[in-house]
Design a protein around this ligand. Structure first.
Ligand SMILES: CC(C)(COP(=O)(O)OP(=O)(O)OC[C@H]1O[C@@H](n2cnc3c(N)ncnc32)[C@H](O)[C@@H]1OP(=O)(O)O)[C@@H](O)C(=O)NCCC(=O)NCCS
Length: 195
């Protein structure tokens, strides 16, 4: 079995997380502004949770359940975000795209660049048919990322998720493989580094 490759984009390197990244994950994902917009991120971010999360990545990748990347850029030592395909369902050829970016890096286009590379990986390497993503309706920036990735708005789900004592409205976006081939005219991945 080949390990999870690193993906090189114009400005970013997407690489597997290591346990050494855990303190930065705890600090950056544990930012209230990040955690409050992502369904699965706790606040406050407990000690040990980042280590536990990172420890699931390798076996999940090997079992074909998910692929998770640390988003890194040359200007910063550690990760500045995370992006991944979760809920990979081989039978239905689909997966859910998920991401967050550290607050001090917002607005630089990193989420879009990392998400596009991950979508490209999902279609061209994993052979998926459909990739979808979901965001709280109160988080239009994430919807804009999905739109910039060539996704189509598919649904508005009323009070679909329970987060911190509130039922949240959720928007669903998706892209099919043939749509991606039509829309992705500029390569999203410059290099796929297999170890
Ligand atoms: C959502 C998030 C990933 C965006 O990351 P980012 O690196 O800033 O994203 P990008 O720079 O690639 O694109 C953001 C886009 O949203 C737009 N945007 C920002 N705030 C917005 C708002 N309030 N309403 C509409 N669009 C908004 C930006 O202008 C930009 O679009 P543009 O390029 O057309 O100008 C980041 O804010 C984040 O991690 N938030 C917390 C966690 C989260 O929301 N994760 C996603 C859960 S579904």
């Amino acid at each position: 079995m080949t390990g999870q490759p690193a993906l090189v984009t114009d400005r970013l390197l997407l690489r597997p997380f290591t346990l050494a990244d855990a303190p930065e994950v705890q600090r950056l994902a544990g930012d209230y502004e990040v955690a409050s917009h992502a369904l699965g991120i706790p606040y406050p971010y407990p000690d040990g949770a980042a280590e536990n999360w990172i420890a699931t990545h390798r076996s999940g990748f090997e079992k074909g359940m998910h692929v998770v990347y640390a988003v890194t850029c040359p200007e910063e030592q550690g990760p500045v975000g995370a992006v991944g395909l979760v809920e990979v369902n081989r039978r239905h050829g689909r997966a859910e795209l998920s991401y967050w970016v550290a607050r001090h890096c917002w607005g630089r286009g990193y989420a879009t660049e990392a998400a596009r590379a991950t979508i490209e990986y999902g279609f061209s390497v994993l052979g998926l048919h459909r990739i979808y993503a979901m965001h709280f309706s109160r988080n239009p920036a994430s919807g804009r990322v999905m739109e910039k990735c060539g996704m189509v708005h598919e649904a508005h789900l009323r009070e679909h998720d329970w987060k911190w004592g509130v039922f949240e409205d959720v928007d669903v976006w998706g892209v099919l493989h043939d749509e991606w081939l039509e829309r992705c005219t500029v390569p999203a991945i410059r290099e796929c580094r297999v170890h």
